[in-house]
Design a protein around this ligand. Structure first.
Ligand code: SF4
Ligand code: SF4
Ligand code: SF4
Length: 319
């Protein structure tokens, strides 16, 4: 499997020789944005995506080391209010988001110029500007970097699923039998770790672009500072009579989709449900008074819990 996937990345180098100037410029822009701690955004041109899933497998390959290796049998929970979620025997599933699939391809059959056509849409975390998953995580495990990438620290997460509850798209996915809860109170707290796209934050820190962008044969995604990406998205939408999603959803995200048809039509045509996010309009979750107040209340607890988590891990490593 690894060999096959590695070949994908290798092949990509040849296929996209012609596109290397554009890609290099994206890398330069991303690295520059990183230096300044500027928000990094991506634009996804839905009309270009051919649904080949190269991006899905590249994501799995480069992030394999970050994915869960659960210990079995799982400890029994008392009370049994946090259900076991085990994807470890279904790692190959690519029809929805899972702890092992941080990006998947959604499809929609829609009418364009009177003809039925299939559009394919890469879906993953939207990397919100003001992410409720980060602001409302009671343990400080979900974090937002200076460049507005959000990620979940698997050393600190207890798998309580608050991030998924408050995410407008229910993006994070839990795997049981892994993480800090096993060492603390395996029968009484948590029940795993939550996983989602971390926008290849470590690759970006090294001046590389995310694997899903690098491997795409159609250059569906463009990465760069958010203001430049928004300019490009509006230009493309104007040229193609297209529509934009992600600019204002949940108060604004760093994932900007451009589609040839309106998003309410796309939303009707896609399959939605567990691990299959919608494309509805989304209000700014954190502007709702309750959530803001809750975030302020949680901040000191989350800070203390995060510090405890790090301390606990250090003491475990020293032994
Ligand atoms: S985004 Fe690119 S790599 Fe991913 S499915 Fe679409 S065309 Fe293929
Ligand atoms: S889409 Fe959901 S998981 Fe991603 S940053 Fe926003 S709230 Fe967090
Ligand atoms: S940015 Fe990285 S982690 Fe996120 S979907 Fe793409 S390859 Fe996966």
């Amino acid at each position: 499997m690894v060999q096959k996937l590695s070949r994908r990345l290798f092949l990509k180098a040849g296929i996209t020789a012609a596109c290397s100037v554009a890609a290099t410029s994206s890398v330069a822009k991303a690295a520059k944005a990183m230096d300044k701690g500027e928000p990094i955004a991506t634009m996804l041109d839905i009309s270009k995506c051919i649904g080949c899933e190269e991006c899905v497998y590249a994501c799995k390959e480069v992030n394999a080391k970050k994915q869960p290796e659960p210990k079995k049998p799982f400890p029994k929970m008392y009370p049994n209010r946090v259900p076991v979620e085990d994807w470890s025997e279904k790692r190959e599933v690519t029809e929805q988001l899972t702890p092992y699939t941080w990006l998947y391809i959604q499809s929609a059959t829609v009418k364009i110029f009177g003809k039925n056509q299939q559009l394919t849409i890469p879906r993953r975390c939207m990397h919100c500007i003001n992410p409720p998953c980060v602001k409302l995580c009671p343990w400080g495990a979900a974090k937002q970097l200076d460049n507005e990438i959000s990620r979940i620290d698997d050393d600190i997460c207890l798998g309580g699923s608050k991030c998924k509850e408050v995410c407008p798209w229910s993006i994070p996915q839990r795997q049981t039998g892994v993480g800090l809860y096993l060492n603390l109170m395996p029968a009484f707290a948590g029940n795993g770790v939550m996983y989602k796209c971390d926008r290849c934050y470590d690759r970006i820190a090294d001046g590389k672009i995310p694997a899903c962008i690098e491997v795409c044969p159609e250059d569906v995604q463009t990465i760069g500072p958010r203001n430049k990406i928004l300019e490009q998205a509006h230009k493309l939408a104007k040229e193609t009579n297209g529509y934009i999603y992600g600019e204002n959803e949940n108060g604004g995200t760093n994932t900007i989709y451009v589609s040839p048809i309106p998003f309410d039509q796309l939303n009707k045509a896609i399959e939605k449900g567990e691990g299959k996010p919608h494309l509805n309009k989304v209000k700014d979750m954190m502007s709702l008074g309750n959530n803001l107040a809750l975030a302020m209340l949680i901040a000191p607890i989350a800070g203390a819990a995060a510090a405890f988590g790090k301390f606990y891990k250090m003491t475990k490593e020293e032994k």
